[in-house]
Design a protein around this ligand. Structure first.
Ligand code: GDP
Length: 506
C-alpha cells in the first residue's frame, strides 16, 4: 500500500519534476523523487488527476486464507487425526537412533519394500490401528525455523535424555523451545540398556528444570527406552498416542486441504515438496498454493516412495508439479482452479515486492532523517563554537521518547493470540514502539474497532474472518485491520504501519 513519488508520477504519465512541483502546491513539503507515499495520499493525488484509485478492503484482496477455528462443539464431532511429533534432546543422546529404529520397525516401510526415503516426515501405524507422524529432522533448528515462519507443526515433543548422561545444556534448550511453543513433552529416557544408566537421576534433574514427571506428581510421561535394542519403543509410541487422545487432536477429512510445507527439493521429476496435511484430504488433481507458488498435484508419494491416491489429516506426503519450489514453513492451501492459484501466486508476489519496496524506502528515509539530524547538530555546534559558547546539552543529545503505536490483537485461538502479542511487543526501536491495548480470541468486533479508534490505534487480526461491516466500520474510523495468518507476516505488516507513523516527521 505504498508507492514512491517517482513511481506515482510514471503511473500518472507525468514528468517527475512537474509532479514534485504539483505535490508542493498540494501542501506536501520537502518532496523527493523517492519519497514514499501511503495509499491514502497516493489516492488523493490520483484523484486530483481524475484517476479513480482502487483501494481494496482487507479480506477482499483475492488471497486465500485457512478456515477459521471451529467452535468446540463442531470440533468435537470431527474424527481424530494422528499426532505430529518432533524429537529433541542433547547431541548424542540418541535422537537419530530412536527415529531410525521407529522408522525401520514401521509396518509401512516393510509393506512397501522396506526402503524409506527422507521426505521430512514419516508416519507409523500402531498395533491399535492408530498412527503417529514423526518429523524426521531431529533437533532444535528445524523446530525453531518452522516456528519462526509461523508454522506450528508439532503437537508433541519427545525429549530424549540419555540415562547415562542425564540433563545437558541442549536438553534444557529443548525444554525451553517446547515450553515457548506450548507443546507438551514426553520424556524418552534412552540408553537404558547401558550399565551406567540412572533413570531416576534423569527424572530428578528434569524436575529441577521445570519438567515435572508423573512419578513426582507432575503430568509429564516418561518412558524408558533403548534406541539400540528397541526396548520400550512400543511403550513410547503408546505414550504418544495416549497424550494425543488427551489433547484431543482432530481434523476434518472433508474440508478444503490445509497443510504445512515441510521441505522442498528439485528432483528429476521436477519440483517437489513434502506437505503435512493439517485438514482435509489431498488427492491427485487437487490444486495447492504455497507462498508464491502452486501446483496441480500429478502424483502423491509417501515416505516409502510409493504412489498414493489420497492422504488425510496428520499425514505427510510428497507432492510434485510445483511451478516454483515451495519453502519449508509455508502454508499450503487448496485453490479451486489453476487460474485462481496462479492469480493468488501473482498477487502474493506483488504484495512481497511492495513490502520489500516499502522496507527499502523506509531505510532510505531513515538514513536521510539521521543525516539531516546530524547536519543540524553539526551546524548548531559550529555556531556555538563560533560564539565561544559551550554546546548546549540538547544539541549534543537529541532525546525524545519513541512514538507509540497501539494495537488490539484478535486471533483464532489463545495460543496464537499470545504468539502475536509476543512478536509485536518485540518490535520497535528508540523512534517508534508498539503497545498492545488488549488481546483476545475471535473476529474483530464493533467494540474492538471503537476501542482502537478511541485510542488512535489499530487491530491485528490473526486467522479469523473479518466481517464486511466491521471492515467498513474500521475504514470509516481510520482504524487499520492488519490481517494475516502467518506470524512473520504480522510482524512485517506491523513494522510497515509503524514506519508509516514515522514518515510525517521526515
Ligand atoms: P543424536 O545426536 O541424539 O541423534 O544421537 P545418535 O542417535 O547419533 O546416538 C549417539 C550415539 O549413542 C551413537 O553411537 C548411538 O549408537 C548411541 N546410542 C543411541 N541410542 C543408544 C541406546 O539406546 N543404547 C546404547 N548403548 N547406545 C545408544
Amino acid at each position: 500500500e505504498y508507492i514512491s513519488v517517482a513511481n506515482l508520477a510514471s503511473v500518472l504519465k507525468m514528468r517527475v519534476e512537474d509532479f514534485v512541483k504539483k505535490l508542493e502546491d498540494l501542501g506536501f513539503e520537502d518532496v523527493q523523487n523517492d519519497h514514499i507515499l501511503n495509499a491514502e495520499h497516493a489516492g488523493l493525488i490520483a484523484q486530483e488527476y481524475n484517476f479513480e484509485p482502487i483501494i481494496q478492503a482487507k479480506g477482499e484482496d483475492g488471497d486465500i486464507y485457512a478456515a477459521p477455528a471451529r467452535s468446540p462443539e463442531d470440533y468435537a464431532k470431527l474424527p481424530p487425526r494422528p499426532p505430529v511429533v518432533t524429537i529433541m534432546g542433547h547431541v548424542d543422546h540418541g535422537k537419530t537412533t530412536i527415529l531410525d529404529y521407529i522408522r525401520k520397525s514401521s509396518v509401512a516401510a516393510t509393506e512397501f519394500g522396506g526402503i524409506t526415503q527422507h521426505i521430512g516426515a514419516f508416519s507409523v501405524p500402531l498395533v491399535s490401528g492408530k498412527k503417529i507422524t514423526f518429523l524426521d529432522t531431529p533437533g532444535h533448528a528445524a523446530f525453531e525455523t518452522m516456528r519462526a515462519r509461523g508454522a506450528n507443526v508439532t503437537d508433541i515433543v519427545v525429549l530424549v535424555v540419555a540415562a547415562d548422561d542425564s540433563v545437558m545444556p541442549q536438553t534444557i534448550e529443548a525444554i525451553k523451545h517446547a515450553q515457548a511453543a506450548k507443546v507438551p513433552i514426553i520424556v524418552a529416557i534412552n540408553k537404558i540398556d547401558k550399565e551406567q544408566a540412572h533413570p531416576d537421576r534423569v527424572k530428578q534433574d528434569l524436575g529441577r528444570h521445570g519438567v515435572e514427571v508423573e512419578e513426582y506428581g507432575g503430568d509429564v510421561q516418561t518412558v524408558l527406552v533403548s534406541g539400540k535394542t528397541g526396548q520400550g519403543i512400543p511403550d513410547l509410541e503408546e505414550a504418544i498416542s495416549l497424550q494425543s487422545e488427551v489433547l484431543d487432536h482432530r481434523a476434518d477429512p472433508e474440508a478444503n486441504v490445509e497443510g504445512w510445507v515441510l521441505e522442498g527439493t528439485t528432483k528429476k521429476s521436477g519440483k517437489v515438496a513434502t506437505v503435512l496435511v493439517r485438514n482435509g484430504t489431498l488427492r491427485q488433481g487437487d490444486i495447492l498454493v504455497a507462498g508464491t507458488t502452486w501446483t496441480r498435484v500429478r502424483a502423491l508419494r509417501n515416505e516409502a516412495g510409493a504412489a498414493v491416491k489420497e492422504i488425510g489429516p496428520g499425514m505427510p506426503v510428497e507432492v510434485d508439479g510445483w511451478r516454483e519450489q515451495p519453502i519449508a514453513g509455508d502454508e499450503a492451501l487448496q485453490a479451486s482452479s489453476e487460474q485462481q492459484a496462479a492469480q493468488i501466486a501473482d498477487l502474493r508476489t506483488e504484495k512481497l515486492e511492495r513490502l520489500q519496496m516499502a522496507k527499502d524506502m523506509e531505510a532510505i528515509n531513515e538514513t536521510r532523517r539521521l543525516e539531516a539530524e546530524r547536519r543540524e547538530a553539526d551546524e548548531a555546534a559550529a555556531k556555538a563554537a563560533k560564539a565561544g559558547e559551550t554546546i548546549p546539552e540538547e544539541v549534543l543529545k537529541k532525546e525524545s521518547g519513541p512514538e507509540i503505536v497501539s494495537f488490539i490483537v484478535k486471533a483464532d485461538v489463545s495460543g496464537s493470540a499470545e504468539a502475536v502479542v509476543d512478536s509485536i511487543t518485540a518490535i520497535g526501536n528508540n523512534e517508534v514502539g508498539a503497545r498492545i491495548l488488549r488481546s483476545g480470541v475471535g473476529s474483530p468486533s464493533e467494540f474492538d474497532v471503537q476501542h482502537a479508534a478511541d485510542a488512535g490505534g489499530h487491530i491485528v487480526n490473526f486467522n479469523t474472518i473479518i466481517q464486511p461491516n466491521i471492515a467498513a466500520m474500521a475504514e470509516g474510523k481510520g482504524v487499520k485491520i492488519l490481517d494475516s495468518n502467518i506470524i512473520y507476516r504480522v510482524v512485517e505488516n506491523v513494522k510497515a504501519l509503524m514506519s508509516e507513523k514515522l514518515s510525517p516527521k521526515i
